[in-house]
Design a protein around this ligand. Structure first.
Ligand code: BGC
Length: 368
């Protein structure tokens, strides 16, 4: 069934954008198509891959996978990461350099989705198609395709896991929770948060769930730079200000790195670990889940996402129509970007072995 849920995202230079987090996936996707940039280019061309700084394990994995998969598809590659501190400028310079080097397509995991308009305009002027990888690029007509896991669904799964986890521990509410969201320069952050709130808001409205701090606005819950230390210090403050003698039942965390920081804070305060959600299936978080600390994560297998992006490049190379399966959800402020969305999977201790059955790194962690 199709759902149309509009998420209002305050992103990049206070531009309010309507990002709709709906998905057209109904079990299997049939795949529409779009024919932007259909000219084709030589089979051994250089492909640029500009990734953000390594704020989570998925980005580390993506670099190596792009190198392998682009090479297996016959391409040369130029893979660059933005640095930790001069992130935006680094990425802008790296994309400009890829254009100069003659890249025939550029895949971008945006460091700041609102600050690449000049660079992707230059790519368009040079006839180079641009694929937004994992994070949407905003406020420009010059992003041809988007490939990502369904971000809104990620949020919905996190919100539901939080409710389920709390109920499993304590059959009846009311439940006390706190909310965390990602970095405001990442277009995904608002979509994750809105997906989660679509599940949590009814429980908050009914009084079954209470955000004790009262901090429910994304501006209050944001974690600058997706940095663990920022989540940890906010959790420290929340515990001091709102949980002196009050029990904390759950925390919505948008990813694993932040989940572990939140758990560290709670432990340091000498409190019992609440139900904490996550995302990315990072090794340390899978271990934490199996040890009964972090409650859930999301499996967004990076191997599949990279392969999907490389498949798009191969279609562009041949001058074929690029396969997409969602041509309505991702409005970047200027246009709806044709997208291929993959299906995220919720993982708890209960289904971890099944969820990671095809993952040689994670599966052993689930087996005692
Ligand atoms: C990605 C997440 C990741 C976060 C921080 C988001 O854009 O979708 O998987 O945890 O960035 O790196």
């Amino acid at each position: 069934m199709k759902k149309m849920l509009i998420a209002t995202a305050a992103i990049a230079a206070a531009t309010a954008l309507a990002l709709s987090g709906c998905s057209s996936r109904d079990g299997g996707s049939t795949g529409g198509s779009s024919d932007a940039a259909a000219a084709g280019f030589p089979a051994d061309s250089l492909i640029g891959v500009a990734l953000p700084s390594k704020t989570s394990e998925n980005w580390v994995l993506a670099g190596g996978l792009f190198e392998d998969d682009l090479s297996a598809a016959g391409f040369k590659s130029d893979i660059q990461y933005a640095g930790a501190s001069t992130t935006v400028k680094d990425q802008q310079d790296q994309i400009s350099a890829m254009i100069t080097k003659g890249a025939k397509a550029i895949i971008i995991g945006a460091a700041d989705g609102g600050q690449l308009a000049t660079q992707v305009q230059a790519a368009a002027d040079a006839g180079i198609p641009v694929i937004a990888y994992d994070r949407l690029i905003l406020n420009t007509p010059n992003v041809d395709y988007y490939v990502a896991y369904d971000n809104f669904k990620v949020g919905e799964l996190q919100g539901q896991a939080l409710l389920d986890g709390m109920k499993a521990k304590k059959p009846t509410g009311p439940y006390n929770i706190e909310l965390f969201s990602g970095s405001s320069d990442d277009a995904n952050s608002a979509v994750f948060f809105d997906g989660a709130m679509s599940v949590l808001q009814p429980a908050i409205d009914s009084g079954d769930v209470k955000v004790v701090s009262g901090q429910t606005d994304i501006k209050q819950t944001a974690t600058a730079g997706w940095k663990a230390e920022n989540a940890q210090s906010r959790m420290d403050s929340l515990l001091t200000s709102s949980y002196g003698s009050t029990e904390l039942d759950g925390v919505l965390s948008p990813n694993d790195t932040l989940a572990r920081a939140i758990i560290t804070s709670v432990k340091a305060a000498g409190k019992p670990i609440p139900v904490v959600t996550g995302q990315d299936s990072e090794v340390e978080s899978v271990k934490s889940i199996m040890a009964g600390e972090q409650y859930s994560t999301i499996n967004k297998d990076t191997r599949n996402l990279v392969q999907q992006a490389v498949d798009m490049v191969s279609q562009l190379q041949k001058g074929e129509k690029v396969t997409t399966n969602d041509d309505e959800s991702y409005n970047n402020g200027v246009k709806v970007v044709p997208a291929f969305l993959l299906d995220p999977v919720i993982v708890t201790k209960e289904n971890a072995a099944e969820a990671y059955a095809n993952d040689p790194t994670l599966l052993p962690l689930t087996q005692g």
